[in-house]
Design a protein around this ligand. Structure first.
Ligand SMILES: *[C@@H]1O[C@H](CO)[C@@H](O)[C@H](O)[C@H]1NC(C)=O
Ligand SMILES: *[C@@H]1O[C@H](CO)[C@@H](O)[C@H](O)[C@H]1NC(C)=O
Length: 476
């Protein structure tokens, strides 16, 4: 039986009773509005000055160039701290993470300070002597991309390929500007010391990718030992390190060297293959074998990096050699735990401008001053702040013990991955620190043998805090 709820709730309700009820409801509605509109009680907001849309807190005790702030995407500035870092290049053996007793972020201004934003005393750090100029004429790289993406990738390529005598073969979709764009990109590459050889192809991306193998094979020169297929966002941190790593493998036998995904569900989906973004290295004898079965492999259903693997596994007895320093980085949104781990840096990183954001060309700027071997190098200061060179300045809620190499699992799960799905490549792991304070690298420039890095702690509510680190070599 259906019961009229209203009738049941107010049996024999009088006119007066209804009026009281209406008044009560109206009172509650008004109260709700007042509560919503009442100024919230918070930490007092500091007086701010606003110049061309940029608000600067009165806590900032120096003149700040507003052009700099807009370049750094800062609309509201709460703090600005400058510190000079003096680099000592040494032949001593140094661990990746060096512990220093001295605190890092100390009081600004006062005696000896340049202004009220500067920490008076420079911080002195030691870095290993960088290797001499590297010759990499025995490695040829192949990349399938578009002319626009190639143009955008040149800054990154310059870091590892510039003036090393390596060659990059780019297989591009046809240039719609009738060759003008390709000429422009080629000129830019020449000026950066990159040997770029461009070929156009009508094929779609995944077919062009596989076509890189015969392209590299046909163009091999006497010195060629390795062909390497990369994505346009595969970044090598150090060519000298790559050359050393490859020297440990036998280039005279068929070899297929690559990196697996860091995530098991990705391996389950794509197979035990050299994941393309990590860089896939083929020795010259293997390239010759693969070129011999190119037509057969071109008929396969698999495409891209999977087609390379299936071609190798179907027609040769060569198997994948996993080099764990070649990194696909299938890490979603926040890969900071990987970069801040204090472990030996990887040979390659990938997905840094898509799955997560870490500007590799900017990270690499400081290498101009202290060499590739000082990238991602860490200093753990007495006050708990940790500088990971080129990436971040952080302070954990709980400071890890010296020698703790557990990696903070900062990334989001992808493709249904469990926490354990990353252990085979990245363990030991520890839980994400939700209270970690973090200044992330936003920009870096070199001028007159001085490198300036800007790290920013974003806070849309109270304003961003900027840390400007200015690097110079001792005596410069
Ligand atoms: C301030 O911001 C508005 C809208 O965001 C923009 O139209 C204007 O050009 C900005 N003014 C300055 C001086 O940057
Ligand atoms: C290459 O990039 C620059 C900016 O870095 C841009 O000005 C130029 O138009 C681009 N050229 C092509 C061919 O995409």
């Amino acid at each position: 039986m259906l019961v009229n709820a209203r009738d049941e709730a107010f049996p024999g309700a009088s006119w007066a009773w209804k009026k009281i009820l209406r008044f009560g409801v109206a009172f509650l509605v008004v109260l709700g509005f007042v509560a919503m509109l009442w100024p919230s009680v918070e930490t007092p907001v500091l007086p701010m000055t606003t110049v061309s849309n940029i608000t600067i807190s009165s806590d900032v005790k120096c003149e700040i160039d507003t052009d700099l702030l807009s370049r750094l995407d800062v609309l509201k500035l709460a703090q600005y701290t400058r510190r000079e870092i003096v680099v000592d290049i040494t032949d001593e053996h140094l661990p990746m993470t060096q512990r220093l007793d001295a605190p890092f972020l100390i009081a600004k201004g006062g005696e000896g300070a340049q202004d009220g934003c500067s920490i008076p005393a420079p911080m002195e750090v030691k870095v290993p002597r960088p290797p001499k100029l590297t010759i990499a004429s025995h490695i040829d790289f192949g990349v399938a991309t578009s002319v626009g993406r190639l143009n955008d990738s040149l800054n990154a390529f310059q870091h590892w390929a510039g003036y090393t005598r390596t060659r990059i073969f780019a297989l591009l979709e046809p240039d719609e500007t009738g060759g003008e764009a390709i000429r422009e990109v080629k000129t830019k590459a020449d000026a950066m010391g990159i040997n770029l050889i461009i070929t156009e192809s009508e094929d779609d991306y995944l077919r062009r990718y596989f076509a890189l193998i015969p392209l590299l094979e046909e163009n091999a020169r006497e010195s060629t030992r390795w062909g390497c297929i990369i994505d346009d966002d595969t970044f090598f941190l150090s060519m000298p390190k790559l050359v050393d790593a490859l020297a440990k493998y036998d280039h005279t036998t068929p070899m297929y060297i690559g990196g697996l995904s860091e995530s098991i569900p990705q391996i389950a989906t794509f197979g035990m293959i050299g994941f393309g973004g990590a860089g896939v290295f083929l020795s010259r004898p293997l390239m010759t074998q693969l070129a011999g079965v190119y037509d057969e492999c071109s008929q396969m259903d698999f495409t891209g990096d999977r087609r390379i693997a299936m071609c190798v596994y179907t027609y040769t007895q060569t198997r994948l050699t996993v080099d764990h320093r070649l990194r696909q980085l299938d890490l979603m949104h926040d890969a900071s735990g990987f970069f801040e781990s204090g472990r030996e840096p990887p040979l390659t990183v990938h997905h840094w401008k898509s799955w997560f954001h870490a500007d590799m060309p900017k990270l690499a700027v400081v290498a101009e001053l202290c060499g590739d071997s000082c990238l991602l190098r860490q200093w753990h200061f007495g006050d708990g702040w940790i500088l990971t060179n080129g990436f971040s300045v952080i302070k954990y809620h709980y400071d890890p013990e010296a020698g703790d190499l557990a990696m903070e699992q900062t990334w989001d799960s992808h493709n249904g991955a469990s926490d354990e799905a990353y252990l085979h490549e990245l363990g030991p792991l520890r839980r994400k620190d939700d209270d970690k304070k973090s200044y992330q690298l936003q920009d870096a420039v070199i001028e007159d043998q001085h490198v300036t890095q800007w790290y920013i702690m974003r806070d849309p509510k109270y304003g961003d805090e900027i840390l400007e680190l200015s690097w110079r070599a001792r005596g410069k």
